[in-house]
Design a binder for this molecule. Sequence first.
Ligand code: GTR
Length: 423
Amino acid sequence: MSSTASDQATRPETHCDESRVPEYTLPDPLIDNAGRPVTSAEQWMSYRRAEILELFRTYMYGHSPQRSPVRATLVQGPVVALDGLAIRRIVRVEVTDGPDPAYADLLIYTPNRPGKHPVFLNLSFWGNHSVSMEPDIPLSTKWYRPTENGLVINNRPTEKSRGLQVRRYPLDLILSRGYGLATCYYGDFEPDDPEGWKMGVRGKLQPPGKPFGPSDWAAISAWSWGLSCAMDYLETDEHVDPSKVAVIGHSRLGKAALWAGAQDERFALVISNCSGEGGAAISRRCFGETVAAINYLFPHWFCENFKKFSNNEAALPIDQHELIALIAPRPVYVASASEDLWADPKGEFLAAYHAEPVYRLFGKTGLGRVDFTFERGVQDLPPAERPMGDTIGYHMRIGRHDILRYDWEQYLNFADRHFARNQ
Ligand code: GTR
């Protein structure tokens, strides 16, 4: 996606031309704020990790408030679902206090056999009724962006949107491999709109009349905060193994999954699918979507301080390899798609690559040895459909910006390996 000279006054110019990637120097996660080297896992965990988290909070995603204890009510099920493969239920999780609490309706599938199961936790773009064709999953009653094709009427989804996203949720595969899925609509926490905060958790928790400060949370943090609330509930669910919860998201929700995984160490595994700018992609490459473009297109996603870095990436005190490093020593998977240049596959790969030194502190191998090189000035990308890595996984699927069965197959293999289910 690139813009023309005529609209540059409004929409920032972008390009997907590798020869125009500037020279840059990445911040070193292993040099602390005082300029001293960080040489041990103990130093990383005791203070360096907190320094980097604070930089991401102050300059990029904003600071989120403490969570109250969640309250959960079963609103549907349990029922046997997916031809006997799964037990399905919907649990309403209230996440704020007071008379009119914000809530999320978690749709949960777990394997239809006794015991506690590993689970993928995910926010969806279209809500619970979109991830499956099952006719008895209630339509969301929350706010949706208007569409022209009858999928949304009066800001509410219609029957026409049932199953809309099934290609992104291969439930048969996930359940038959022994995993569960817990999911809810991202708009349960905040509608994705510049005015959305008024209808979401940020509006509920902001003291009346008090404007947001320059490093207060924004929408991505609200979604990540919601993922932690969902985890608060999952820790109490008798069918879920809370030590094996993988947080997974696609695109803007991949950004939220990474930020949730960086902050909340209860997530045992973190998966970023095509998360791009503000997610896994190195901001300093300025390839595809840029800081200026994302702040212009989505002014509500990041905190106000982040606007200072539009067309000023070199001044960022952090870059996205450090977001991945914050997940260490836990396993993290970064995936791209070959035609998804807007998300900068090469920048996503390089962030995974440059998180390696932090994993090494823990005696872990991240991506490990990479047996190919990039040449500047060439439209080169990581090799397609060659999943690689150890504690950091990476693949680039052939095709477009999406999350498909191929991606899930790799995530399941990665989770099997790290959750040691196949030993
Ligand atoms: C695009 C946006 C990306 C990505 C994507 C998505 O429009 O520029 O950062 O988040 O949307 O979420 O599908």
